[in-house]
Design a protein around this ligand. Sequence first.
Ligand code: ATP
Length: 194
Amino acid sequence: SSKIIGLTGGIGSGKTTVAHFIEEFGFPVYYSDDRAKTIVNENEELKFKIKELLGEKSYDENGIYNRKFVAEKVFNNKDLLQQLNEIIHPAVRIDFEEWLAKQSKYLVFKETALLFELKLHKQCYKSLLVTAEDNIRTKRVMDRDGKTYREVETIMEKQMPEKDKIKMADCIIYNNTNLEDLKEQTERIIFDIE
Ligand code: ATP
């Protein structure tokens, strides 16, 4: 069976860019956060449970997840957020297992923003962290999303500090320069994993 490499990084670190390079090198990538966004709209049992927890307004008249409403509901309510996560995370885990069963490559990658926070690295063969200096990440996100310096900083402050992630990671890509360097590091690291 395939070995799972957990791929993670903070906001603007470049983890999605690395994930795309990994696919170019021929390895499958499961995008946990994207899949979660799809699953909340497709899994009927999950929809039922979310409405039960947070109310009918969690979905609009077309049955589409109301992200803004849900975010407001769980904002500053740790208990509700935890209950919501207890509904969503197992569904994503099952979806991942189904995806994994179809893979034949010896290595597969699972991109998850909260790999260490949710202790998901314990279910992986190895973890791969993409990191960069805070000011570089901030500038990249400002350019990408049109956010202000302060807005990016606020998000960053809520995430696990890079120094803690660096301590926990098995493999690290330092994404402080350019895309050519990033691609080269990615290639070296993935073909070195054994
Ligand atoms: P988020 O968690 O915010 O989605 P991410 O970790 O997935 O971020 P990316 O979207 O891959 O990060 O990268 C952030 C932005 O920085 C993107 O616009 C990307 O094209 C750009 N970028 C990433 N790495 C580099 C690099 N080495 N040189 C130049 N631009 C880069």
